[in-house]
Design a protein around this ligand. Structure first.
Ligand code: HEM
Length: 490
């Protein structure tokens, strides 16, 4: 009996302490949006799963359009409806304009010059202005259209040689986009589709590596106290890859400075003329490549996946292309005359936003939202994936139906909060005007020039991709396509 009570008393005492901790935590949560009860220390980490956006969509059904999670020691609020997204991205845009910077990216020299990860400070305003007025202005985009068209044809030429073979479409598209960006930025190819391991292949490899590290879990993001020790070495790895990338830029920048007088119509010229120093140019170029290539290639991979799964939509697009473009090669100037193509791109971005939870925001001040209090420093995520599939907003939401956008004014430019693949407010994706051009161009080029079919057994795989974690670049399981060339338009 004595032994029993000796064991029982400390156990009861232990459970009372845990109960007390939970009570204290709960009372601290009083004004926050509701959410699942967190466990001590780990909070709701077990509820993240490997597809957080899909888990969050389920939690939103239970706890509402604005709910709170405790991820380790971090408080995170998730917005999951158009109204909640509007509160974050528009009504309280300034307060929620901070970024939560992932621990592995906190490389001092990079963050200080970053557009993606810095506060909305003077440097950020300068870079946004350069993007808006120079790099992604309608004039610049139009004047560089021929570059994207030439690179799209290089892709067709390369793919024609693969007729009858199984192709990893995302790799070809990624390589093509790296070259499109290489030419927009430096007026030169940086990747050889024919010889993936030769030429400047290292740049593509560095970008993949950076994305791999970025996509891997870092426990320090949930327990920032561990952040300064960089226990798993992720920050050191990022710093090393950044240095390697900057070495590649460095050589190209030096070349350009040597070519004084010869003016190319490209981003480097614009940035040199704008008086940016090498560190700012390095950081901006890295972010343009990093933010623009993976997002866009995964969107194109999804568009082709959906078209292959939906022959009705594919043949309607083909008819539109024949009517509007005929036998000619499709050009960017044709896009305004291809409303069904534009609807396909919107529908792809609705179902498969490349960054399903956008990029995490941070509250700069404590703020009242929908009668709840969101505390200063709280992390905010906006679930664009859940919003795009919400049956309250979308009729038959899981079906790929581009027709829903015909005769509809809904667009992804940040004013319609039911469709926000590019985010919204002051931090909306600055590359949007460029992306919307080449997404349409490349999808149209691939459809105009090739028939696509899935290798045997792929249907189930493709369907299961729907449920996969947002960024679809699963290099272990990319979309494979058997190619058949159509009548040449070249
Ligand atoms: C399918 C293509 C793309 C998608 C879906 C996409 C999506 C996004 C999203 C969701 C954000 C965060 C917005 C927010 O916080 O509200 C973002 C930011 C950003 N994107 Fe994109 N993006 C794409 C293409 C591009 C391209 C082509 C570029 C550049 C050439 C680019 C450059 C950036 C940059 C620099 C930011 C950070 C802006 C800031 O924090 O002020 N993106 N993008």
């Amino acid at each position: 009996m004595e032994v029993l009570s000796a064991a029982l008393v400390p156990s009861i005492f232990f459970f009372l302490i845990i109960f007390f901790i939970l009570r204290v935590k709960d009372s601290r949560r009083k004004d926050l949006p509701p959410g699942p009860r967190p466990f001590p220390i780990i909070g709701n980490l077990l509820q993240l799963g490997d597809k957080p956006h899909a888990e969050f969509a389920k939690l939103a059904q239970k706890y509402g359009e604005l709910f709170t999670l405790k991820l380790g020691s971090q408080t995170v609020v998730v917005a999951s409806s158009p109204a909640a997204a509007e509160e974050i991205l528009k009504t309280h845009d300034r307060i929620f304009s901070g970024r939560y910077v992932f621990q592995s990216i906190r490389v001092k020299e990079h963050i200080e010059n970053s557009l993606v990860w810095s506060e909305c400070n003077e440097n950020w305003r300068l870079l946004r202005k350069v993007c808006r007025i120079e790099l992604f202005s309608p004039k610049m985009i139009e004047s560089q259209a021929y570059i994207r068209e030439v690179k799209a044809l290089d892709m067709v030429r390369f793919l024609r040689k693969k007729e009858g073979q199984v192709v990893k479409i995302v790799e070809v598209v990624f390589g093509t986009l790296v070259n499109i960006f290489g030419n927009l930025v430096f007026s030169k190819d940086v990747f050889d589709l024919e010889n993936p391991s030769g030429g400047s292949a290292e740049l593509k490899e560095h970008l993949w590596k950076l994305m791999d590290i970025g996509n891997s879990t870092n426990p320090a993001d949930y327990f920032p106290i561990m952040g300064k020790f960089d226990l798993f070495g992720q920050r050191r790895q990022v710093a090393k890859v950044l240095e390697e990338i900057y070495d590649v830029w460095g050589v190209m920048l030096m070349e350009r400075r040597r070519m004084k007088g010869k003016k190319e119509n490209d981003f480097v010229n614009v940035l040199l003329d704008a008086g940016l120093d090498d560190q700012k140019i390095n950081a901006l170029l890295m972010e343009i490549f990093g933010a623009g290539t993976e997002t866009s290639s995964s969107t194109i991979e999804w568009a082709i996946t959906e078209l292959t799964k939906n022959p009705r939509v594919m043949s309607k697009l083909r008819s539109e292309l024949i009517d509007a473009v005929g036998e000619k090669t499709v050009k960017e100037s044709d896009i305004p005359h291809l409303p069904y193509l534009q609807a396909i791109v919107k529908e792809t971005l609705r179902l498969h936003p490349a960054t399903p939870l956008l990029l995490p925001r941070r509250a700069l001040e404590t703020c009242k939202v929908m009668n709840y209090t969101i505390p200063k420093e709280c992390q905010i995520m906006v679930n664009a994936w859940a919003i795009g599939r919400d049956p309250k907003t979308w009729d038959d939401p899981l079906t790929f139906k581009p027709e829903r956008f015909i005769n509809s004014n809904v667009d992804y430019k940040g004013n319609d909060f039911e469709l926000i693949p590019f985010g919204g407010g002051r931090r909306i994706c600055p590359g949007l005007p460029l992306a919307s051009q080449f997404l349409s161009l490349i999808v149209a080029t691939l459809v105009q020039n090739f028939d696509w079919s899935l290798p045997q057994g792929m249907n189930t795989h493709v369907l299961s991709m729907d449920e996969k974690f947002g960024l679809t670049l699963q290099r272990d399981q990319p979309l494979l396509i058997i190619l058949k060339a159509r009548n040449s338009t070249m």
